[in-house]
Design a protein around this ligand. Structure first.
Ligand code: FES
Length: 156
């Protein structure tokens, strides 16, 4: 019996059936899981592996390889920077540079005090505000390093 909610499991199975080879659906399935839980819980790796008929370590390797996947290491807040096409064209590197300067973080890293984790994500649906980022469930347009500092100071 699956540990995933039925609705999520159905989506994963739909993705698996859509592609000629099930393993081609791996990124799509992992995105679904991350969207559902906000990160990828360990138990879900096994579930994805089972749906796609892949060894668990294959799924683990894919999750480790991509910065955009969040394994759910403890952090009080998650900063998600959109690195998708529109934000990229509008220079999402400015956001990453400012975060690096303010917090010393690279993608996938967590501050030593566990306050923030930095994650690169695909389009968050706010292209008109590009380049943009999220802190937890709040979406922001990047304006300047100073403004970013002010935004981050709201999350303790
Ligand atoms: S491409 Fe960044 S929000 Fe759409």
């Amino acid at each position: 019996m699956s540990l995933l909610p039925e609705e999520l499991l159905n989506k994963l199975e739909e993705h698996a059936q859509y592609f000629p080879r099930k393993e081609q659906a791996i990124l799509l399935c992992l995105h679904e899981v991350q969207e559902h839980y906000g990160h990828i819980p360990f138990f879900a790796l096994g579930e994805v592996a089972e749906v796609l008929g892949l060894p668990l370590n294959h799924v683990e390797n894919v999750v480790s390889f991509y910065d955009m996947f969040d394994r759910g290491e403890p952090a009080r807040h998650r900063i998600r920077v959109c690195v998708s096409v529109v934000c990229n064209l509008m220079n999402s590197n400015r956001v990453l540079d400012a975060i690096r300067e303010l917090l010393g973080l690279e993608l996938g890293q967590t501050t030593k005090d566990g306050r923030f984790k930095l994650i690169g994500v695909q389009c968050i649906g706010a292209c008109s505000e590009a380049p943009c980022f999220m802190v937890d469930n709040d979406t922001y347009k990047f304006e300047s390093k100073e403004k970013l500092h002010e935004v981050l100071s709201r999350y303790t």
